[in-house]
Write a protein that binds this ligand. Structure first.
Ligand code: DGY
Length: 297
């Protein structure tokens, strides 16, 4: 069956509708855990996530249930890196505030010091998590704006060091030295709330923070405080907790913050590429063939 509604299924609806399925093609809003796999039944062979991230799937439950898991890497790397650059520039140049002035009839006289922003040229960019998307983002920033590159990563990335002059450092050093910080880690127990109040205290007052990974990597209450108290300059977010973020949330409309509705991979090219991989994955899983993109369990 294809879920017919505009809104994703509730956990209860998911449990009811998976019964008897051999494969599930899931969105990042569907939480797939042992309960869902039990409800589906023993014939369930594959969960094909329509996303590169798979934090919505309980991998140990999948392993226990003998269920393979697929994701959709590569085809969205460039589009997501592009959106991180877009958010970085938009936050740095206060695009949201300027645009609101125009929309709300507050566009006054041209003033030398109105809506002053910060420039990336020659500054330091810190990339938290140097996977595929982190690398594509770093390339854009170093090649486009001649930036000094710091990054965190589980292992040394020799190609990044050689081709982009990157330096792998501890998170604390990255936070203290970067003018622009972009988050590209997967959400795990280790990265949840990685950027908390203590992290914001280490950042520069001119720092611009971008997140196109997962909202839960940032402690949002701490971010509200850091922006409101001018501990950092600005933030550009494509991901939040929860999603959708209610319009009443203190981050919405906070000067210095621009928020987009999780559209990192929202281009025709990426979304069609993701669809092809997700369909290949579910068919291969049902037929017992190797998945085109399989998440190791
Ligand atoms: C992903 O694929 O994980 C993105 O967050 C949505 O494209």
């Amino acid at each position: 069956m294809v879920w017919p509604e505009e809104l994703p299924p509730t956990p209860e609806q998911l449990l009811e509708n998976v019964v008897g399925c051999d494969g599930l093609l899931t969105m990042l809003s569907d939480r797939i855990d042992a309960k869902v796999m039990d409800a589906a039944g023993e014939q369930l062979r594959v969960v094909s996530n329509y996303a590169v991230g798979f934090n919505n799937i309980d991998l140990s439950a999948a392993k226990e249930h003998g269920v393979r898991v697929g994701n959709t890497p590569d085809v969205l790397t460039g589009s997501t890196a592009d959106l991180a650059v877009t958010l970085l520039l938009a936050a740095a140049r206060r695009v949201e505030e300027g645009s609101a002035e125009v929309r709300e009839g507050r566009w006054g006289a041209w003033k030398p010091a109105a809506l002053l922003g910060v420039e990336p040229e020659g500054k330091t960019v810190g990339v938290v998590g140097m996977g595929r998307i982190g690398k594509a983002f770093a390339e854009r920033m170093v090649r486009g704006w001649n930036m000094r590159l710091l990054y965190t990563s589980r292992s040394e990335q020799e190609d990044v060091n050689e081709s982009l002059g990157g330096r792998r450092v501890e998170l604390d050093q990255l936070l203290a030295e970067s003018d622009f910080i972009s988050v590209h880690v997967a959400l795990t127990d280790d990265t949840r709330n990685l950027l908390d109040a203590a992290a914001f205290e280490k950042m520069k007052p001119n720092a611009v923070l971008v997140n196109t990974a997962r909202g839960e990597v940032i402690d949002q209450d701490a971010l509200v405080e850091a922006i409101s108290s001018k501990q950092i300059f600005a933030a550009g977010l494509d991901v939040t907790t929860p999603e959708p973020l209610p319009p009443s949330h203190p981050l919405v409309g906070l000067p210095g913050v621009i928020i987009l509705p999780h559209i990192g991979s929202a281009t025709d090219t990426s979304r069609c590429g993701m669809a092809e991989i997700a369909v290949d994955n579910i068919l291969a899983g049902i037929e017992g063939r190797p998945l085109r993109c399989e998440v190791p369990l």
